[in-house]
Design a binder for this molecule. Structure first.
Ligand code: FES
Length: 163
């Protein structure tokens, strides 16, 4: 059966859209390819932004509301870009009682970003974790993969600002 809606052009000429386009075409550009297509887009780009969601929806003839519904329902899908740098703040018990709360408050106050958010300039994403397995270093954080322990809020904020 022919597809009745017009196929939109990819959001940019980034070659990765070809992968997404091919995956959708293989499934006949039909609405049931939605999850498969979102997977393909996330694999290619690391996250789903508005242009990706709209492109997939328009190609498959799925209303945007439904595309957003599916993309936000499954925790596997990430709708925001990860920042250039990542800071994971441990909020496990040992870290919490040793200052994780102050660290998160300091980050929010000075950098304007809460857990699971990325600064507007895309530089820094803040995440939290429950025990990083480094309790003797409490409060512990991981900045770009490196564990830092016994760190105070002001010191950490200064380091994050300098990145
Ligand atoms: S509670 Fe933070 S490292 Fe264990």
């Amino acid at each position: 059966m022919p597809v009745l809606h017009a196929k939109p052009a990819p959001p940019s000429d980034d070659k990765r859209w070809k992968i997404v386009e091919t995956r959708m075409r293989r499934m006949g550009d039909r609405p049931y390819a939605l999850i498969e297509a979102l997977h393909a887009a996330q694999e290619a780009f690391g996250y789903l932004d508005e242009s990706a969601l709209n492109y997939v929806g328009d190609t498959l003839g799925v209303p945007h509301s439904r595309v957003y519904g599916v993309a936000t329902f499954y925790s596997y899908f990430t709708l925001k870009p990860q920042g250039e740098h990542t800071c994971v703040v441990c909020t496990g018990t040992a870290c919490y009682i040793n200052g994780a709360k102050d660290i998160l408050a300091g980050i929010e106050r000075e950098l304007g970003v809460k857990p699971k958010q990325t600064t507007p300039d895309g530089k820094l994403s803040i995440l939290t974790a429950r025990c990083l397995g480094a309790c003797s270093l409490a409060p512990a954080v991981i900045v770009d993969g490196a564990v830092m322990g016994k760190i105070g809020a002001a010191d950490l904020v200064a380091q994050l600002e300098a990145m």
